[in-house]
Design a protein around this ligand. Structure first.
Ligand SMILES: NC(=O)c1ccc[n+]([C@@H]2O[C@H](COP(=O)([O-])OP(=O)(O)OC[C@H]3O[C@@H](n4cnc5c(N)ncnc54)[C@H](OP(=O)(O)O)[C@@H]3O)[C@@H](O)[C@H]2O)c1
Length: 223
């Protein structure tokens, strides 16, 4: 039975990760930001559900205390938000903070709190990134800020890998998935994407440390 942490499990990919691990008989601790999302996950069989708003530094800073004494074979930072800005318009400070705090600052705050718990199990810590972060594959200027936040996340994780050699840290691209964020036209169901993500993390090797992997297990050819 694996010990699993999912940060950002109220819906979409995070919720499905929690559901599939629970279905597999693993012990899952999840976080959500709203109290009303807690009961559904507890009913599914989550061992605990904590309230953490990753965009609020004071909230994320309580994570180590909430998780005191735990060890994780698999930890996931899934919480994320998208923007719809194009490069003709600079982001407002409010929009910059919304996207960067959720996708990057929250992850950089969670990382040093959770990584020791992953190291203690010799485990793996995955951060959900995106192929939209790959500088070698930019073919339009949609979601300018989101792309920057996920590219910075890739760098944050690749850098932090050196600080936590006893854990495997990596970023994962879930593909284009039918969630509230991905929309109805996305080719992948959330079930398919999450099956791939779980298998990819389980199969990740030391040579994958700090890298971006796709949900089908292939290594991204650029960051
Ligand atoms: N769907 C895709 O095609 C796709 C592609 C590439 C990457 N991704 C990435 O995959 C991850 C999950 O996305 P999704 O498709 O499942 O999107 P989603 O259905 O919109 O879910 C987003 C999740 O992030 C949580 N979240 C957002 N802000 C938060 C905050 N401040 N504190 C705590 N939780 C917060 C949401 O919680 P609330 O319910 O409280 O809002 C929700 O659980 C994201 O990092 C996203 O960037 C998705």
């Amino acid at each position: 039975m694996a010990q699993v942490l999912v940060i950002g499990a109220s819906r979409g990919i995070g919720h499905e990760l929690a559901r599939q691990y629970i279905d597999n008989g693993d012990r899952v601790i999840a976080t959500v930001r709203r109290a009303e999302d807690r009961d559904g996950l507890l009913a599914l069989g989550a061992a605990a559900v904590h309230l953490v708003d990753v965009a609020q530094p004071q909230s994320v800073s309580g994570l180590a205390w909430l998780l005191d004494g735990e060890k994780f074979d698999y930890a996931w930072y899934v919480a994320g938000v998208l923007d719809h800005q194009r490069s003709a318009n600079p982001p407002t400070q409010q929009e910059f903070d919304r996207v960067m705090h959720t996708n990057l600052l929250g992850a950089m705050q969670a990382l040093p709190q959770v990584a020791p718990m992953v190291e203690a199990a010799g485990g793996k810590f995955a951060f959900i990134s995106s192929s939209m972060a790959q500088i070698g594959h930019v073919d339009n200027d949609h979601s300018w800020l989101y792309r920057c936040s996920k590219a910075a996340l890739n760098m944050a994780v690749a850098t932090a890998q050196h600080g936590w050699p006893g854990a495997l840290l990596l970023t994962l691209d879930p593909g284009w998935v039918r969630t509230a964020m991905g929309g109805d036209s996305a080719p992948l169901s959330v079930e398919e994407s999450v099956q791939g993500l779980r298998a990819t993390l389980a199969g990740a090797q030391p040579a994958d440390a700090g890298r971006l992997l796709h949900h089908n297990g292939t290594r991204a050819d650029s960051w």
